[in-house]
Design a protein around this ligand. Structure first.
Ligand code: SF4
Ligand code: SF4
Length: 269
């Protein structure tokens, strides 16, 4: 899949914690260096660009001008809309205006993480900055959403490599998520599912059933209402069980709008 004319990618970061980029940095197939040195041309990234300041802005503007209709735009972080968007500014411009002036020239737009998908952490609670996700801002543009907090890097990498290989986006569900990654419930593939079916539940962190690996539903697990491939793809590539439920924490539904951040976890007796 190595391509001598590497597809240009512009990565914009707005109201975010850098967790989405950190997640990508820990991928192994392909590695981040293979991705950005051999497969794509990462023309702008606040975290990964060698350039900074005016030089980085110039690189971004040059890429947009030279690659109109050809570059992939990746966004992580939410976009504040309250008070004309003044709560996130880069190079003197609001995130809102940067997104609105860049997205129309992109071949494809990818919202990386729950913040970019619908507002995520920034939009939780009273949402003081009026944070919104990319699909809501660009309501006429088809946006691929890769929710998760952080999202699994392989869901982004697979989307990018699918696009590079076939020159089209993978099939999406009604929420704009790639079906290859978000069509099955966490609950379907969870290794604790036999305990759920047999009625064996942990009821407190550290209790006997928790230590024995029982189901976490009564500790608030949102696996039965959350679509994502976490139990299959895992995180960090350090072996079996390396995902939140695998290490004893309930799924908190970070890939589902209104499940993960809008409400407190249910604690069932
Ligand atoms: Fe950070 Fe999570 Fe938002 Fe990504 S989705 S920027 S990891 S808070
Ligand atoms: Fe389902 Fe969560 Fe129990 Fe796993 S731990 S079986 S996802 S309720």
């Amino acid at each position: 899949i190595a391509n001598p004319r590497r597809p240009p990618v512009i990565w914009l970061s707005f109201q975010e914690c850098t967790g989405c980029v950190e997640s990508l940095l820990r991928s192994n197939h392909p590695t981040i260096e293979h991705l950005i040195l051999d497969l794509i041309s990462l023309d702008y990234s606040e975290t990964l660009s060698a350039a900074a300041g005016h030089q980085a802005e110039a690189a971004k503007n040059k890429s947009i001008t030279e690659n109109r209709g050809k570059f992939i735009l990746v966004v992580d972080g939410a976009i504040p809309t309250k008070d004309q968007g003044i709560y996130c500014k880069i190079a003197g411009k609001t995130a809102l205006s940067i997104l609105q002036e860049t997205a129309p020239y992109a071949a494809a737009v990818v919202a990386m993480g729950s913040c970019a998908s619908w507002g995520g952490v920034a939009a939780a609670g009273s949402n003081p900055t009026g944070a919104k996700g990319v699909p809501e801002i660009l309501n006429k543009t088809k946006v691929v959403s890769i929710p998760g907090c952080p999202p699994n890097p392989y869901n982004l990498l697979s989307t990018l490599i699918y696009y590079i290989t076939y020159n089209r986006l993978p099939e999406l569900d009604e929420k704009g998520r790639p079906k290859f990654a978000y069509s099955r419930l966490i609950h379907e593939n969870c290794e604790r599912r036999p305990h759920f079916d047999a009625g064996r539940f942990a009821t407190q962190f550290g209790d006997d059933m928790h230590r024995k690996g029982a189901c976490l539903y009564k500790l608030g697990c949102k696996g039965p209402e959350t679509y994502a491939n976490c139990p299959s793809v895992l995180f960090g590539e350090t072996g079996a069980g390396t995902w939140p439920v695998g290490i004893g924490h309930p799924c908190f539904g970070c890939t589902e709008k209104g499940v993960g951040f809008a409400e407190p976890l249910h604690q069932m007796a």
